[in-house]
Each structure stands twice: as structure tokens, then as C-alpha cells.
Design a protein around this ligand. Structure first.
Ligand SMILES: Cc1ncc(COP(=O)(O)O)c(C=O)c1O
Length: 453
């Protein structure tokens, strides 16, 4: 393993000052809950100066290999010249928005239709939250049924209709056989619990039982096809197929929320990787490679009520030229031969290296992931659902190791509810540098981590 190059001392005073200054005008100094102390960035997050390729520099001058990757979108790394070029050209040659159609929209939509098996028609939006909301509205409209079945530990955006049971305190979540939906924030109307069912994931019998009793009320099953919001929990073999089969038998829709997995675990998303085609798909993150764009895609007959204007899908900023140019350019880069083989090989180099470091240290972990999205748990057995993960979430051991990694130039989210991402900008040398830092961080965190020696 490569030795750790000597580094300048890790300093955080300028970040602390900039973060404190921001708090005078920005609520909490951050613009999303995932970026502050409550989410694990204690005492405060590093304040970024700039990012390039697979790296970030903060205002103290610390340099990091970035595995946070803005929580997933940056599949090409930071400031990719092809994306900047495409967006700049769109802005200067076309303009930014018109509230009218323009030709580039269809060119970008065609790429999604060609890539994603369930996508026959597409509507663009600006964020994952928005397109999930449109998906559940459409599902209720076409089935005439009121409820959505979703799963504990999944995240589908911050909106009242879907921000439930992520992550539910176990004391509030009810029995495993019949979980209670738990709102994710004060201010979410309790009455919306009546529009949902919640179950543990990866348990096809539980879904079967619920449909047998209440199937006539369920418009759709909404699921991440790989659970990427409680670390990473892959689907058990046959689980996605079972969801497909049960929803079909009960005339309910299957919605894959591929906001994380779309264009990340395969060009056509998790539905390509696992060979299970949902009825509707939501896409964001890697689709735009770091620009705010999202898409709702689905079967032609299901999307028809939106096409006809019967079901409302709207938004002033939908399909602005920045979003559309980014989606087109991002997917063009991703379509290049060998992209996913290279991403998976890099991720494998990193995850097997991490597994080896823990093994040599005598620290039991479960490294779980699908190619370039992964996380590890300080657990003896694989984690298959939220209830199994709950005891290991927000682990102080993980947070201590994350802090040691930050000080050694590796950027990861300090909570293991989040995950590691690998981009096409990372190289084998970046991974080896990361593993050397990881080895050193584990050695330096022995007291917090336990294990041998
Ligand atoms: C699976 C999933 N769905 C939806 C969302 C919400 O997307 P956005 O943050 O773009 O609103 C996220 C965000 O992380 C997500 O992971």
C-alpha cells in the first residue's frame, strides 16, 4: 500500500469563521438540513473554496479526495469541462428559459427514453422531490386509489406527502408486522398518515400480506430499487421481482425512485441492472451531473394524462436550458463505452481495500454497496432493512473515523446514514491515496473503533 505523503497540518479555523459569519444571514449557516451539525457535521461543516475533478479544497486550504460528491450528482466529478461547455453554450446561444418549448428538450428526453427501460415519455423537473410528487399524484390519478406504500428508511424528498419514516425512531415506529408511519418533521400534517402505508423493506411476504388485506386502496408501491438513504442496502435476490409481481396482480403501479441509482449503477439505472421494469421512474442527481435537473419518466399510457393536461404537471423552471443541456451532456459522457465497468472497478478497488484494512485491524464490518455507491456498517451480519440498521446508525465510531479521514484528506459525510460515491473523475491513484489515508485513520482511531491491537 502506498505510504501517506506528508501533508500540511489540518486546520479548520477559517471554515469555522466563515460558517459563523454565514449564520448571521443564512438560517443555520446552511441551505439544507444534511449540511449542518444535526446531520453529523460537528462542530460545523468544512466551508468549500472550490472543487475540481475528484477533489475539493476548503477555505483553510485543506485538500480532500471527495466521496461525498454533493450527495450523488457529481458522477463526473467537479467542474467537468464538457458539462460547463454545454451549459455555457446553451445559455449564450439559446437563452435560459422561455415558458415555451425549444428543440433541445426533446433531444435530452430522447436520451432518457433510449437509456431507461420504463421510460416511454418524459417530463423534466428541477429536483428529486418535485418529480416524486408528480409520480405519486399521477399514480393516484390513474388508479383512483388513495394510498402509497413506502418503506422504512427510504427517502423520497422533503415534501409532506412522502417525508415519512426516514428514519423513524423505533419507539415510535410500531411493531414490525404493522409499522406506523412516522412524520419526518414537525409541521407535516398528521392526517397525511392516512394516505400512506409503511413497511420494512426487503420483505416480500409483508407486501403480499398488506396487498391481500388492503390492496384496493394502494395506488402505488414507491421504492428506491437500491436503498441509498440508510447507508446502502441492496435488494435481496428476487425482492424487486416480487414487488413487480405483487403490484401487477393487484393493479397497482410500481414506482422506482432512481434519484440516486439512475445513471449511476448502470446507464439504464437499477432497473437495467436487476432486469425489473417499473411503471414510473424518477431520476435526478447523476442525470444532470451536478446541475439541477430531474425527470419523471414512464409508460406511455400512464404518462398520457399528463400529456393531455388532465393531470397537472407544471413548473416555471422546468426544462430550463441549463438543466436540459446538462442532462444531455451528462448522459452523453456516461454513454461512452466502458464507463460503468471503470466505475465499478474503481469502487471495487476501494471497497475491497477498506474491507482488507478492517480485517487486518480485527474490526468486523459489513461493506455494502452496488458499484459506485456504498457504505460500511460496524456490524457482524449484513444489514437488510432499516430496523436492522437502526442500532448502527449515526454511529459514533463511524463519526470518529470520518473526522480522522477528513484530517487526512478524504471527504465523506460524517453520518453513516449517508454513503460514499465514486465518480468517473477518480483514478486508481486517488483510490490508493485514499486507502493509505484510511489505513492511517483506522490506526489513529483505534481507541474509538475497538478491534485488535
Ligand atoms: C431516492 C431519493 N429520492 C428523492 C430525493 C430528493 O431529491 P432532491 O434532494 O433533489 O429533492 C433524494 C435526495 O437525496 C433521494 O435520495
Amino acid at each position: 500500500m502506498r505510504r501517506l505523503a506528508s501533508r500540511p497540518a489540518y486546520r479548520t479555523d477559517r471554515s469555522a469563521a466563515a460558517y459563523a459569519a454565514a449564520q448571521r444571514v443564512v438560517a443555520g449557516g446552511i441551505n439544507s438540513g444534511a449540511r449542518g451539525p444535526r446531520a453529523g457535521w460537528v462542530p460545523g461543516p468544512p466551508v468549500v473554496h472550490h472543487g475540481r475533478g475528484p477533489r475539493i479544497w476548503d477555505v483553510d486550504g485543506n485538500e480532500y479526495v471527495d466521496y461525498l460528491l454533493a450527495l450523488g450528482p457529481l458522477i463526473h466529478g467537479h467542474a467537468h469541462p464538457a458539462l460547463i461547455g454545454a451549459v455555457e453554450a446553451a445559455m449564450s446561444e439559446i437563452g435560459t428559459m422561455f415558458a415555451l418549448p425549444y428543440e433541445l428538450e426533446a433531444a435530452a428526453a430522447e436520451r432518457i427514453v433510449a437509456a431507461v427501460p420504463s421510460a416511454e415519455l418524459v417530463r423534466f423537473g428541477n429536483s428529486g422531490t418535485e418529480v416524486v410528487l408528480h409520480a405519486v399524484r399521477l399514480a393516484r390519478a390513474v388508479t383512483g386509489r388513495p394510498r402509497i406504500l413506502r418503506f422504512e428508511g427510504h427517502y423520497h424528498g422533503w415534501a409532506d406527502q412522502v417525508e415519512w419514516s426516514h428514519p423513524p425512531p423505533l419507539e415510535a415506529a410500531g411493531p414490525r408486522s404493522e409499522p406506523r408511519p412516522v412524520p419526518g418533521s414537525p409541521g407535516i400534517p398528521a392526517a397525511l398518515a392516512e394516505t400512506l402505508f409503511v413497511l420494512p423493506w426487503n420483505d416480500p411476504e409483508a407486501v403480499d400480506r398488506l396487498f391481500a388485506r388492503r390492496g384496493g386502496e394502494i395506488a402505488a408501491v414507491l421504492t428506491e430499487p437500491v436503498m441509498g438513504n440508510t447507508g446502502v442496502i441492496p435488494p435481496q435476490p428476487g425482492y424487486l421481482e416480487a414487488l413487480r409481481d405483487i403490484t401487477r396482480r393487484h393493479d397497482a403501479l410500481l414506482i422506482f425512485d432512481e434519484v440516486i441509482t439512475g445513471f449511476r449503477v448502470a446507464y439504464g439505472g437499477a432497473q437495467t441492472l436487476y432486469g425489473v421494469t417499473p411503471d414510473l421512474t424518477t431520476l435526478a442527481k447523476a442525470l444532470g451531473g451536478g446541475y439541477p435537473v430531474a425527470a419523471l419518466a414512464g409508460r406511455r399510457d400512464l404518462m398520457e394524462p399528463i400529456a393531455e393536461g388532465e393531470v397537472l404537471h407544471a413548473g416555471t423552471y422546468n426544462a430550463n436550458t441549463i438543466a436540459v443541456a446538462a442532462a444531455k451532456a451528462s448522459t452523453e459522457l456516461l454513454a461512452r463505452p466502458g464507463t460503468y465497468e471503470a466505475l465499478f472497478a474503481l469502487a471495487e478497488r476501494l471497497t475491497s481495500g477498506i474491507g482488507g484494512i478492517f480485517e487486518r485491524a480485527g474490526i468486523p464490518v459489513q461493506v455494502q454497496g452496488v458499484g459506485p455507491m456504498f457504505q460500511f456498517w460496524f456490524a457482524e451480519q449484513p444489514i437488510v432493512d432499516y430496523r436492522g440498521a437502526a442500532a448502527h446508525l449515526n454511529s459514533p465510531r463511524f463519526a470518529a473515523l470520518a473526522r480522522a479521514l477528513h484530517a487526512r484528506g478524504v471527504l465523506v459525510h460524517p453520518s453513516n446514514i449517508e454513503l460514499w460515491f465514486v465518480s468517473t473523475a477518480h483514478t486508481a491513484a486517488d483510490i490508493d491515496e485514499t486507502l493509505a489515508a484510511f489505513d492511517d485513520a483506522v490506526a489513529a482511531s483505534r481507541a474509538e473503533l475497538g478491534g485488535r491491537g
